[in-house]
Design a protein around this ligand. Structure first.
Ligand SMILES: C[S@@+](CC[C@H](N)C(=O)[O-])C[C@H]1O[C@@H](n2cnc3c(N)ncnc32)[C@H](O)[C@@H]1O
Length: 207
């Protein structure tokens, strides 16, 4: 099954997969930034993109799933921000949006069917304009969801691994502003609250 089919099937399986709310860490880390051009990689149903556009950002929102992108576009219309979001379908393993951005955000960009995540995140770092921000939110464990990975091994990079693998340790080019691990409560597949460990990596490209 292709990555596109996998995600289209997953999205088509219910009216709404994610909460519809922007990611908490994105909200916290974007506060104080001057709106400019933003790139949202693996935007899903578009809650982050719509929220950013509401703040005045011009957003390029990318996902492999056309089902998810259409959902995001409908949300943007309803919120009156459609004119500030360019929805682009890419399988990021094969193509990447053009341009450079003041904010490049990858919030839980994962796939269990062959996403070359480190390679894609290197492209993401390359797409950050001088003075711009790279924000990567990752999992550090499976939390209550061991089954969703369907037997596929997913390596959860630590922030230190990402810093090394993306070349963010080059102090003449990058300033790492935040690299942490933190717990988050999440409702498990059995409907009970559980704890999941995530990580945040935020870096600024030196102007
Ligand atoms: C775990 S979801 C996160 C969605 C959203 N960022 C959020 O935080 O709610 C991962 C997203 O990455 C997308 N994705 C997975 N592999 C991809 C690929 N190769 N190219 C583009 N998007 C991909 C999926 O369709 C899905 O929407």
């Amino acid at each position: 099954m292709s990555n596109e089919t996998f995600w289209d099937t997953r999205y088509a399986g219910s009216a709404q997969v994610w909460s519809g709310r922007p990611n908490v860490v994105l909200q916290r880390e974007v506060a104080g930034l001057t709106p400019g051009r933003a790139l949202d990689l693996g935007c899903g149903e578009g809650a982050d993109a719509v929220w950013l556009a509401g703040l005045g950002w011009h957003v390029t929102a990318v996902d492999v799933s056309g089902v998810a992108l259409r959902r995001g576009a409908a949300q943007a219309e309803a919120a009156g921000v459609a004119g500030r979001i360019d929805w682009q379908r890419h399988d990021l393993a094969e193509s990447f949006p053009d341009g450079t951005y003041d904010l490049v955000s990858a919030q839980f960009l994962y796939s269990w069917s062959g996403l070359p995540r480190t390679q894609v995140l290197r492209r993401a770092a390359d797409a950050v304009a001088p003075g711009g921000i790279l924000l990567v939110e990752s999992h550090l464990d499976h939390g209550p969801f061991p089954a969703e990975h369907d037997g596929h091994e997913v390596h959860f990079d630590t922030p230190e691994e990402l810093i090394r693998d993306l070349g963010l340790d080059a102090a003449d080019r990058w300033e790492v502003l935040l690299a942490d691990a933190h717990e988050r409560s999440q409702t498990g597949p059995d409907g009970r609250p559980a704890v999941r460990t995530d990580s945040t990596l935020k870096a600024r490209r030196v102007p």
